[in-house]
Design a binder for this molecule. Sequence first.
Ligand SMILES: Nc1ncnc2c1ncn2[C@@H]1O[C@H](COP(=O)(O)OP(=O)(O)OP(=O)(O)O)[C@@H](O)[C@H]1O
Ligand SMILES: [Mg+2]
Length: 479
Amino acid sequence: MTNINMFLSLEYERALESLGYDYFDEVAAAEFPCHHLRFRNDQLLPILGLDPQRVTDADFIQVFGKFVGIRPFLALRYHGYQFGEYNSRLGDGRGFLFGQVRGTDGELYDFGTKGSGTTPYSRGADGRLTLKGGVREVLAAEALHGLGVRTSRCLSLIETGEHLWRGDEPSPTRSSVMVRMSRSHIRFGTFERLRYFKRRDLIKTLLDHVIDYYYPHLLQQQDRVEQYRQFYAELVKRVAELAAQWMAAGFCHAVLNTDNMSITGESFDYGPYAFIPTYNPVFTAAYFDYYGRYCYGNQPSICRLNLEMLQQPLGMVIPVADMEAGLAAYEEHYYQAYRQLMLNKLGFEQVNESQGNELLSRTIELLKETQVGYHAFFTELTQQFHPSWRDDVSQIFEQVSFCQSAEQQVLLATWRELYHHILQDLSTDELAKMAERLEEKNPKTALLRPVIEEVWAAIDRDDNWQPFDELVRRLQRKK
Ligand SMILES: Nc1ncnc2c1ncn2[C@@H]1O[C@H](COP(=O)(O)OP(=O)(O)OP(=O)(O)O)[C@@H](O)[C@H]1O
Ligand SMILES: [Mg+2]
């Protein structure tokens, strides 16, 4: 066994750093009184070309808790529209870009910290992350990944032994530092800040950088302006697909400010999020979202609005009419993606258009009217599904407890008929694949709030991490 820290042996690319000091400030990491590794994401190590067996807990602590070895740490500069109001006092206030590494899949990944100390953007706050906040972010990312959402994931969570004061947690509360692996920490707000300072030159440089690193296939196109046009159109598609993935997963992100929107169309920053207990478009996850701006059902339109606002900075280099044309496809991209994801959750791969649309709207109606658990509905379907359903409509969802009233029974009967009708067109082979698809698309474990609270209570009361470890294992679907 060698004692070389595997994280220090990685080849770090200085992609963002090479852009120079207009985009970030160099910062130092806080020193913490202690370091307890609470989570290490071994599923990510192979993507970094690392064998989990050869990476010790001490390696994680040395690099992602004590921050020994790699330099510089870059607090990225950004602004953002927060609940509709422009905020020019933002930036990485409790985190920094630790480094960038090329994965075995060819993609460039960021290691970004959260809770690693103050920066010039901390605005008088402590630069820290609560342990509960860290636990919640780890869980959200693993759950979303399991549901097929394009998301950042946490590489490590280290408890750091400080006492923090927060208005939304019983205080003092425990502290942590998290390292997140994401496709980029360049946010819509990174561009917004450059427009605020009227720096067209810096917007252009950053846009070229984004295309070079995150949309390299567009480089085949010789003309830069054409690349920009296609970049925006592709971003629109990626964001529409992301919104569809959240909606199908039953996920409410809760803080869709433009500083929480990634330029790669990846989902990240899991603060006061929640998975919806039942289908309810006005379900709002953040207690401070008084008007339900970021409620579950608003997510697709808010994402569209954020894309539209991004036209302001990008408009300094991309013709706005071209971006408008790209944005016009948003609804179609969204609907196509959402429809496909929902049909998958219902067990299907391909359904003809009119039947597919009808099944989708009937399913939503059923979920809404009965208020059956959103996740429970799909896991029940997965458990009860049987190929014999094709031949006998009465067997479909034979055991249901969620239809109380006569009206609800009628809705279920109609849904059943339609489902049966679609099954008629399937071959025996396709029918067999349905069971597998249902299993794959509908993980058994749903990360509902009481589940998180239960895990947290064990940590909080008894420092018992076993329920957390088991939950992570279930979300990652390991035996
Ligand atoms: N405890 C804190 N100390 C200093 N700055 C903070 C703190 N909490 C939040 N901020 C800053 O407030 C802004 C909004 O916070 P938000 O919760 O969206 O981001 P974050 O969760 O800290 O980071 P990220 O978006 O990278 O996940 C960010 O600029 C963040 O750096
Ligand atoms: Mg944020």
